[in-house]
Design a protein around this ligand. Sequence first.
Ligand code: SF4
Length: 399
Amino acid sequence: MLDNTPRSLRINIAIIGCCNVGKSSLFNALTKQNVAIVSSKSGTTTDAVAKPYELLPLGPVTFFDTAGLDDSEEIGNLRINATYKILFKTDVAVLVVGKNGITQKDKEVVDYLNKTNTPFVIAFNQTDLIKPNIGDIDFCRSHNIPFVEVSAINDVNINLLKEIIINSVPEELKKNPLIVADLLKKNDTVILVVPIDLSAPKGRLILPQVQVLRELLDANVNAVVVKENNLLSMLDNLKQHPALVITDSQVVNQVANILPPTIKMTTFSTLFARYKADINVLIKGAEKIDNLCSGDKILIAEACSHHALADDIAKVKIPRWLQNYCHCDLVFDFCSGSDFPQNLEDYNLVIHCGACMLNSVEMTHRLKECVCRGIPITNYGLVISKTQNLLQRICEPFI
Ligand code: SF4
């Protein structure tokens, strides 16, 4: 049951460090299972190993065991890149230091973690063999780095390490940020508009809809779910106007035509833009659509890979809506999965999916990659609303 928490709602904890410092042993000690292969041979951990775990009193987390950051084998660079990709979505890192003490590579990693504002703790492992030297302890103290001496194979100080990890989790993550309940009062009524079309998964709602519903129930807000064709009859049935209507972006125009301007409306995508990252950056990105010209390149980025249907949102609908809105010929590139391209400078705009499967650290990282290169970034829902001249209306509940 505990493994059922979606990965985007778990706090990600990465075990990183050089080869042969006992990362996999520590990973196994922390998760109390032999998930990772332990070997004294360098480079045993190739792809990162992930283990969901209930780290009480914090809650659901995922521990990642990663490849050594000083891997010198032929495919070492690929492994190191894979480790950095894990760091893009890491909430707290555990930098494991072995019997050789803090190395130059460890210091480079410390610089990287500081630069990316990633909270971390240093675990001096293998203390059954040798204690950390005074210089390394001084290094931690002078850089305000929390540290602990552990022995993974003898299970020494593993619980203390867990406590330090929990204390290192940023307060805003511990507080469980809200998707929408902060905009509502107890006993308000909210209508959720959920189209059931070919792209809807069989027999279930999608994660953003489920998360919003659950949060409304937790906040004692009345939630009504309708398809777009039943919205009008639902409004007629209600004694009072709903406090908010939340719609799937793909029917935002239809919903806006039904609702009187006095009823506030927004989209699931807009709520998740606010929940996962800096919504102001994403709104500004959507506004840049007005400046697009023929030949401009657009990157459409999806965080998951899936089989595209005939009227696929990324490949077909968004390009069509954008071309119609801009009245010019735009060039589209697509990427999906965990790879976010490095050649972002080649694009005039990045349009990202709703990121429901990414945690906010990973989405914020993607935003930063664009912002620091001066490339506007927005998301599907905001683009759809913009091309239907509804951007201002769906943002009104927040501004
Ligand atoms: S592609 Fe994006 S919006 Fe779609 S399920 Fe994956 S993370 Fe969510």
